[in-house]
Design a binder for this molecule. Structure first.
Ligand SMILES: NC(=O)c1ccc[n+]([C@@H]2O[C@H](COP(=O)([O-])OP(=O)(O)OC[C@H]3O[C@@H](n4cnc5c(N)ncnc54)[C@H](OP(=O)(O)O)[C@@H]3O)[C@@H](O)[C@H]2O)c1
Length: 297
């Protein structure tokens, strides 16, 4: 019998890619969100708010997933609130699917905050050794400190959501991967000083020289809402609201990390997951997809 997935956060970056991947592999896929996608062929949309346990139970009452993929989060003003709200969301899903007794596998997608600390303390305090390995414990850091310079020439890596989709599927169907935590990255490393040039080349623009100090995107985009709206109008793009498309605070946190960030994939590889994705191709493939979808000109 085909596997049945419940993707929680199916309209998000991770969930959307996973839905396409599982459907292509012949899975039955239910996609949950407050506004679940309706444009993914074969996906069964489930509309529910994870913070409304009664409505969630009703929405999931007839669904018997064999695999649950939790790829959702809601940003809160403080880490204490993040813990409360995001913890409640996971608990509510598990409470809602438990009575059906159908679930064989639950995957929880987290991120580098596991190693670097929460956003309000991202990269501050005693930094863990890199490459990050799954056996590393949790950090005890309290404050966010914003440091930029090292990142320009710092080594880093990235996760293409398509690789993550393939890894989640592999881990869901591989006995040796049961009940394990895994890092998931593309498998290459790069420096932004190298990548910016390639991104600029794709767009046919000249990258600005690095002046020795970071320039936060949040400041750069502070007045950009109306500029973007005009661009979207001019090129007939689907989204005129810049806030829906970009989260500069997140980009600033990722590009402002005070240490090199490289993540070890040996654990997955030893267990047989050998997938690899060149990150410059991840960017250009994504730009093509965004262009085709009329999200960027
Ligand atoms: N994207 C990244 O760069 C990145 C990097 C590292 C780690 N991660 C981790 O990967 C996971 C998924 O991230 P993502 O970037 O794919 O998220 P995302 O694009 O922000 O998507 C979040 C999804 O969750 C749904 N959702 C949010 N609140 C909900 C609620 N109350 N009830 C029901 N559905 C809700 C959203 O749909 P609606 O708004 O329609 O409800 C959407 O489908 C997170 O744990 C994140 O920390 C992501």
């Amino acid at each position: 019998m085909a596997n049945t997935a419940l993707i929680v956060g199916a309209s998000g970056i991770v969930g959307n890619n996973l839905a396409h991947h599982l459907l292509a592999k012949g899975w039955h896929v239910h996609g949950l969100a407050r506004r679940p996608p309706t444009d993914i062929h074969g996906l069964q949309p489930v509309s529910a708010d994870l913070l409304d346990p009664a409505a969630l139970k009703t929405a999931l009452a007839k669904i018997r997933p064999s695999h649950v993929f939790l790829s959702t989060w809601m940003r809160q003003p403080t880490e204490a609130e993040n813990i409360r709200v995001n913890g409640t969301m996971v608990r509510n899903v598990l409470d809602a699917v438990s009575p059906g007794a159908s679930v064989q596998h639950v995957a929880l997608v987290t991120g580098l905050k596991h190693y670097l600390g929460p956003f309000e303390a991202y990269g501050k305090g005693t930094m863990p050794p890199t490459p990050f390995r799954e056996e590393q414990g949790r950090l005890d850091v309290e404050n966010f400190y914003y440091a930029q310079e090292d990142e320009w020439n710092g080594l880093t890596d990235m996760t293409d959501a398509r690789v993550l989709a393939r890894h989640l599927t592999w881990a869901a169907t591989t006995e040796a991967a049961r009940n394990q935590a895994f890092n998931i990255v593309n498998g290459d490393v790069f420096r932004w000083s190298w990548m910016w040039q390639r991104i600029a080349d794709w767009f046919g623009v000249k990258p600005a020289a690095f002046g020795g100090e970071g320039v936060p995107l949040e400041t750069q985009l502070a007045d950009a809402a109306s500029i973007w709206s005009d661009i979207a109008g001019k090129y007939n793009l689907v989204e005129r609201d810049l806030k829906v498309l970009a989260s500069p605070w997140h980009t600033d946190a990722d590009l402002g990390r005070p240490i090199e960030v490289v993540t070890d994939m040996s654990k997955s590889r030893k267990l047989g997951f050998l997938d690899y994705q060149a990150t410059d191709d991840s960017f250009t493939d994504l730009f093509k997809r965004l262009k085709d979808a009329r999200i960027i000109p």
